[in-house]
Design a protein around this ligand. Structure first.
Ligand SMILES: [Zn+2]
Length: 106
């Protein structure tokens, strides 16, 4: 067993475990139920993702960076229909309603 990544919450830990699983890397989530008495939640006990096979670590690190990358803010895009500049959070052009191009060319 190899300690791999301390997640910010259980959901992120489980999503990371699933992301590793689809890439044939076995991992487990531990630590999220280690708080003391019932109802006493400790912010110190973040869920930790452990790798079953230590040899998977280099590849798992690569997958982790992929896993975290989509969290970054979307880049602004230019509407292909009318040429307006649209903020990355929006999937539709504010001016003509055109959809964001699928290719991320900036
Ligand atoms: Zn437009």
């Amino acid at each position: 067993m190899q300690k791999f990544y301390e997640a910010r919450d259980r959901l992120q830990a489980v999503m990371l475990r699933d992301h590793l699983a689809v890439n044939q890397i076995a991992s487990v989530v531990l630590g999220d139920y280690l708080s003391g008495a019932a109802g006493e939640l400790s912010a110190i006990n973040f869920p930790v993702v452990w790798l079953v096979e230590e040899g998977d670590l280099p590849r798992a690190r690569q997958l982790l960076s992929e896993f975290l990358a989509p969290q970054a803010a979307a880049a602004d895009w230019t509407c292909p229909v009318c040429g307006a500049q649209v903020e990355g959070d929006f999937a539709l052009c504010w001016q003509c309603g055109g959809t964001r191009p699928t290719e991320e060319n900036t």
